[in-house]
Design a protein around this ligand. Sequence first.
Ligand code: NAP
Length: 511
Amino acid sequence: MSRTTQRRVEQSATTRQPQHDVIVVGGGFSGIGIAIKLQQAGYDRFVVLEDGDGVGGTWHWNRYPGVAVDIPSFSYQYSFEQRPTWSRSYAPGAELKAYAEHCVDEYGVRDRFRLNTRVESAVFDEQAGIWLLTTSAGEELTCRFLVNAAGVLTQPKHPDIDGIEDFAGPIVHTARWDDSIDLAGKRVAVIGTGASGVQVIPEIAPIVDSLVVFQRTPIWCLPKPDVALPGPLQWALGRVPGVKASVRGASQAFVELAFPLSAHYHRPLHVANAAERVARGYLRHQVKDQDVRVKLTPSYAVGCKRPSFHNSYLATFNRPNVTLETEPIQSVEGNGIRTVEGTVHEFDVLICATGFKVFEAGNLPSYSVVGRDGVDLDDWWAEHRYQAYEGVSIPGFPNYFTMFGPYGYVGSSYFALVETSIRHILRCLGEADRRSATVVEVTREANDRYFASQLRRRPRQIFFSSSCEGSNSYYFNQHGDTGFRAGTTLEAIWRSATFKVDSYRFEQVPE
Ligand code: NAP
């Protein structure tokens, strides 16, 4: 702990009363969800701090051409605010951003959000049982409970390629799109073929002069049942009893089978094999050139890393103005990229669809968190491995809860995770209230039990099978730990509602 931080902690210990009961960091769907639920539960001393200049998180920041959700919209929304008027079965990004804006207004929480406020550090004051936050503007804020809703895939990862800083033209990352860049008639290069690349590539190919796609690891691409939702269906979803619930139920069942169940029970269910047959057939049908097809075929099983769903990505490689380059990149030179074989591709604009920082230090979360005895959360995880009780709380970090923690996310709709995490956190806060406790901390035993159970159960997941070698997945850190929970959505919901509150210690700091 720095001397300045130490001094601030000593000062806050003298005040004992925090400015806020709860501070939430992050104004995406996690932060909006918990703000709504805190308000409904009667908390009135809370604030949400958001780095960006608008709410919506991912859907505020990601505005690249073609951005859209890849989970059906009937599931990719709060259970308590189901929108009947999605224009498509998979909503475009702008509609999700509008939905975020709608939710903060509909539930009256907009004035809880402080935008353009980046948290740099959070330090727990043990004497006072208070978190002390410092923002990049140098402001200091205190709270009793701190909820991290800052997300995981938020900080763009820029490729570390020799000479890239000297590239002659504009470079844009998909997650920080620059609307002023005009791609029409330009020679463009895209690095990366993950979910973002899959969406941006087919969208820009028809308008650019030429497009070179640099692929390091191919991605499985499946057809997307993405259809426009006609007015009468929207009307029925909004008005006819039972329609919304039936469509939601069908959508939830599809998502559960496609993601968590097929990952967790891949051996008995054989979903990965069936999905691979569909994906191979789709590739054969979509791409004319056999060499290109071979290059686009992954060597790992479907599900080892998130597959993509798109109806025109693969066919884009039939276009005469599109080249798929699979030779590794050696360097960027002037206005081109040189591959290790010596081929030079020249272009005017470079698009990096290179994803996000995940397990890099300083990303989980994106501000420093210092708990008991001055221990930094990054250091704690490096020493003890990436773990948290139910993916929500960590021993030694009292009054701190995270919405997307280690072994927390079953892999279905992100909203399912948001709602289970909120339920868990609100149960802790409610119990603290009942016991007049000012410090809530998960016990080491409960945490260890949860971690051990996850390690015991995870080998059944497809990620840990030998068929995933070569997938180059961002899901795992250096110890092989992950954010994925070994379990199903129903189990996660049930556990968030029934975990023993005695898994936590509830204490009172002396007044
Ligand atoms: P990503 O899945 O991490 O993909 C990044 C791509 O860039 C990969 O193909 C990667 O290759 C490549 N890459 C990175 N650094 C490179 C380098 N130095 N040289 C060459 N290639 C490089 O990132 P993403 O596409 O942004 O997607 C991340 C996640 O965000 C997705 O898995 C999904 O969960 C979410 N997402 C969802 C949607 C949606 O809902 N529609 C849209 C976008 C993103 P390797 O595979 O070899 O590392």
